[in-house]
Design a protein around this ligand. Structure first.
Ligand code: HEM
Length: 163
């Protein structure tokens, strides 16, 4: 796994700084609803979805993300044992578009409902983030754009990491 120290440091700081990006919410991380409130998180330019190749490009990146997750011995057993990878791919494709300000309905569970009972650690969360960077690299997404996407998703950490 080719994650440089610099990248890892940047990633860690993103995860730490990320809650500040979240909209005010109580129990769950912000899942923006179509037509309600701000459509993008601060700092995410409105053309980010286009830069990723639109919904089709995002689907490819999410599919690749799950390829790397399932190849990642630190976390793959958890995903395999739940047996919902195809559902997760589809829902994450929706969710990424929503987080980036796309007009896409997200039809899955809230992040706390989906992950609250899984006992996920910050180390496991960071493993998924590392795998996301591999998927971005494969798609030749510029590092600055990849960072913006991670920053948009990072606020979910507080509902996903419970241990
Ligand atoms: C920002 C990071 C993450 C996002 C955006 C995310 C997103 C999602 C989504 C959309 C679902 C589907 C919810 C549904 O079925 O309605 C899901 C389920 C799941 N996620 Fe995550 N996830 C993240 C991090 C993680 C991490 C770090 C792990 C474990 C290392 C993980 C493990 C799982 C598992 C096992 C399920 C299936 C749970 C079940 O059986 O219902 N996720 N996630």
């Amino acid at each position: 796994m080719k994650i440089s120290r610099l990248m890892f440091a940047g990633l860690a700081s993103l995860c730490i700084a990320a809650p500040a990006l979240a909209a005010e919410t109580t129990e769950t991380a912000p899942i923006p609803q179509e037509g309600v409130g701000t459509e993008t998180y601060p700092g995410i330019p409105s053309d980010t979805i286009e830069k990723l190749g639109g919904p089709a490009g995002i689907k490819i990146i999410v599919d690749d993300l799950f390829y790397y997750i399932l190849d990642d011995n630190r976390i793959n057993q958890l995903f395999i044992s739940h047996g919902k990878v195809e559902r997760q791919k589809a829902l994450n494709t929706e969710l990424v578009q929503l987080v980036l300000g796309g007009h896409k309905q997200y039809e899955g569970a809230s992040m706390s409902a989906a992950h609250g009972d899984l006992g996920i650690t910050l180390t496991q969360f960071n493993a998924v983030v590392e795998d996301a960077y591999l998927a971005f690299e494969k798609a030749r997404v510029p590092y600055s754009v990849a960072n913006q996407i991670i920053a948009g998703l990072a606020p979910f950490e507080r509902d996903i990491v419970t241990r």
